[in-house]
Design a protein around this ligand. Structure first.
Ligand code: GLC
Length: 739
């Protein structure tokens, strides 16, 4: 199953590769084997300081089998030539890189991509990212990140697909397909790396790298499904997580890496640690020294050491002390070599280092169009009171002021994120990003609007004067477009926050501008759900643009002018207040659910409703959709039968639009408390004005199963509810019985 996926298009077979691996393994010394389990840092550091001894010497001596984060193409050729021509056995290197939302052409952040609920579009952008990365000498991307999370304080929610395991599973599969295609040896595909295994997104207090403590039940139902889906989609590799899960550092967690990943799921790929984590097991206090750490990580099933040097310093001693066996080392080396054979690196070590292909592939114009399409499709319309949007020649405005810190920013990787290493880290060409002002101003002027741009800096140096510039612009305009949100560089790893408020006083800016008494469209550039109670109440139109990537301005113009009708749906709940966090749709009912704020003896707060500002799955359109009542093909479903659920969705507005029809269930009669809703299906449909379409879903007992006290997934007979709607709150419902 697994290996066939990787070799599908290749002339070679699993048996061929197995044979070649064994032949090579038989020739290798222990040092050379440990070298294959060692990954060395490149010219970009994405973690704590680690030793970067003489890389070429290490490659030549066979002490390094992989390198990561190398951006210099010529250097990669030199490294590969050193490995192939100057090391004793000539084993080629594998080059790893974080291709998180594009490589040279930058796409919207992964959370934005998830907001499209469009798996074909997600697969397509990863196919493009793989083509660029492979053309630039990378063989292996550390992606997809499939960590479910309920906590927007955590900076890495931007890298995943939000709070739901079902959506996360479909997105993970699409990303793996996009990266790997059906032939890993093709020079336009790369090996995927599903990460971070596991439960990293549930760090206590949303604090980066913090402890995770959770039941097996929640692990199985909320965390693992996207990992299993990616494994079954053929992800060639996995990456273990940083944090301790129930006291065990994930990089040495046998229950995860061997019992579940390899034992239960039958996955045969290679596991790499996260940056330096083998050494961090000692800092966790779960290992005493390099030998102990090496023994525990290898015997747990962790194959490759990313940059800690623990395997190089400790594996031999661990073997000599009988803490691990030669077979355990050999099995790990087999998995590394297998991947290199599957990538075609032994047949042609320079396959991914072709200068002509690199020139022809990087930043092709059609890639930018894909980025623009994805960005426009990802944007989520939260409010549009009075139909302020779209802006057309028929709109009752003539003068438009585009204001705010993100009207025309060209710094801090704005409209992108930290995870755009293919561009460089601090020095990058910011002119490659089309800003809102650059695209929106001409687009609106072409429609006859008069447009001014009032950039407002909002950092420590800001003064009231800066607001006055924006206020003046607002006074002179009929409509204000306020571009607010987060800096791109504040999105990603090691970017947890305690406050979800709009940063640096931006809500104050909105209030000041409102003194101009002009309708405002708030455009949010964000990497996570943020909290803006005043704006939520007082700003008539709010568009979540996320961090849209290279084509920010053009995509925004497409949506604000109606060239693209917004169809994005929230993959993560937007809270009213960070005090509600964690807040998510698929919660348990409790024994005292609150139906309204202030209700005594109920599960709620004194100062805030329990409901979110905007729920999971929410997003408006410039048109409207009507849902018929749910039809079931039976009211009673046998355990081995399939239940058909259908609705008719009609476009009741005047514009063509796309709707994500979502299917949820609720188990009313399990032996344990079950979530009030669970997403079990969705379909994105496009409807012309006035058109209707029947949407069908099929449910089997597998969809109705839960992790029970017998430690397995099983569906109980009894009553269920089924819900269908355009978000997780406004739904039609029906009931059926499982027998
Ligand atoms: C980082 C991240 C991981 C990334 C790796 C290599 O610390 O946690 O997601 O792939 O190191 O850059």
């Amino acid at each position: 199953m697994f290996s066939c996926t990787l070799l599908f298009g290749q002339k070679t077979t699993v048996r061929d590769i197995d044979r070649r691996v064994e032949e090579l393994l038989a020739k290798m010394t222990l040092d050379e084997k440990i070298g294959q389990l060692t990954q060395s840092p490149g010219d970009i550091s994405t973690g704590t300081d680690v030793s970067k001894d003489n890389l070429l010497a290490g490659i030549r001596q066979g002490r390094i089998g992989s390198v990561l984060s190398h951006t210099n193409f010529d250097n990669k050729i030199v490294m590969q030539r050193t490995a192939v021509k100057e090391s004793r056995l000539g084993i080629p290197l594998i080059f790893g890189f974080d291709v998180i939302h594009g490589y040279k052409t930058i796409f919207p952040i992964p959370l934005a991509q998830a907001a499209t609920w469009d798996m074909a579009a997600i697969e397509n952008v990863e196919r493009i990212a793989a083509a660029e990365a492979a053309a630039d000498g990378q063989n292996w991307t550390f992606s997809p990140m499939v960590d479910v999370s309920h906590d927007p304080r955590w900076g890495r929610v931007m890298e995943g697909a939000g709070e739901d395991p079902y959506l996360g599973s479909r997105v993970g599969e699409a990303r793996v397909r996009g990266f790997q295609g059906n032939d890993l040896s093709q020079p336009n595909t790369v090996a995927a790396c599903t990460k971070h295994f596991a439960a990293y997104g549930f760090a206590e207090a949303g604090r980066e790298y913090n402890t995770v403590d959770m039941s097996e039940q929640r692990l199985r139902e909320m965390v693992l499904p996207p990992f299993e889906a990616s494994a079954r989609a053929g992800s060639a590799t996995f990456m273990s997580a940083f944090q301790a899960l129930n006291g065990v550092p994930a990089s040495m967690d046998r229950h995860l890496l061997t019992d579940i990943l390899r034992g239960e799921w039958g996955w045969q790929g290679m596991v790499v640690s996260d940056w330096g984590t083998f050494g961090e097991t000692i800092v966790h206090g779960a290992a005493t020294d390099d030998t102990d750490a090496a023994a525990k990580c290898l015997s747990a099933g962790n194959d490759m050491d990313m940059c800690s040097g623990v395997y190089e310093r400790g594996l031999k001693n661990a073997l000599d002390q009988g803490r691990i066996t030669q077979k355990q080392i050999d099995d790990a080396v087999r998995r590394v070599l297998w991947l290199k054979f599957a990538l075609g690196l032994f047949d042609d070590p320079y396959r991914y280092l072709d200068k002509k292909r690199r020139t022809e592939t990087l930043e092709r114009p059609e890639y930018r169009q894909a980025s623009r399409d994805m960005a426009a499709e990802s944007m989520v319309l939260l409010k549009n009171d009075g139909g302020v949007l779209p802006l057309t020649p028929q709109s009752p405005f003539k003068k438009i002021a585009i204001i705010g810190p993100y009207a025309n920013s060209q710094g801090n990787k704005d409209y992108m994120s930290f995870w755009t290493l293919g561009l460089g880290v601090r020095e990058y060409d910011s002119t490659k990003v089309v800003t809102p002002a650059q695209a929106l101003k001409p687009a609106l002027e072409e429609m006859g609007f008069q447009v001014t741009v009032a950039e407002v800096c909002l950092d420590a140096t800001c003064t009231e004067k800066d607001y006055s510039v924006a206020l003046q612009a607002a006074r002179e305009a009929d409509l204000v477009i306020a571009c607010v949100g987060e800096r791109g560089i504040d999105c990603g790893e090691c970017r947890s926050v305690t406050s979800l408020d709009l940063p640096r006083g931006q809500e104050t800016l909105l209030k000041v501008v409102s003194r101009g008494n002009k309708p405002t469209v708030m455009v949010l550039f964000n990497s996570r759900p943020l909290v803006f109670p005043w704006a939520a109440e007082n700003v008539p139109a709010i568009l979540v643009a996320w961090q849209p990537g290279f084509e920010t301005g053009n995509a925004l113009a497409d949506v604000l002018t109606g060239r693209v009708n917004p169809s994005g749906k929230l993959p993560l709940t937007f809270p009213r207040h960070q005090g509600q966090v964690p807040i998510y749709y698929n919660h348990l009912n409790t024994g005292r659910p609150q139906t309204q704020m202030g209700q005594m003896w109920s599960s709620g707060y004194l100062d805030m409703p329990t409901t979110p500002a905007w729920p999971f799955g929410f997003g408006l359109s410039y048109t409207t959709f009507r849902y018929s009542d749910i039809r079931l093909n039976k009211k009673t479903m046998g355990m081995e039968e399939t239940l058909e659920v259908s609705v008719v969705v009609t476009n009741t507005g005047s514009r063509v639009g796309e709707e994500v029809v979502q299917l949820y269930i609720r188990d009313l009669s399990a032996d344990i408390s079950r979530p009030v809703k669970e997403l079990k299906g969705f379909e994105k449909i496009r409807l012309e004005p006035g058109a209707g379409r029947e949407v069908r879903f099929l449910l089997t007992k597998k969809d109705l199963a839960y992790w029970n006290h017998e430690a397995k997934f099983k569906a109980d007979p009894g009553k269920f509810k089924v819900f269908v709607g355009g978000n997780s709150q406004d739904v039609k419902e029906a009931e059926f019985e499982l027998r």
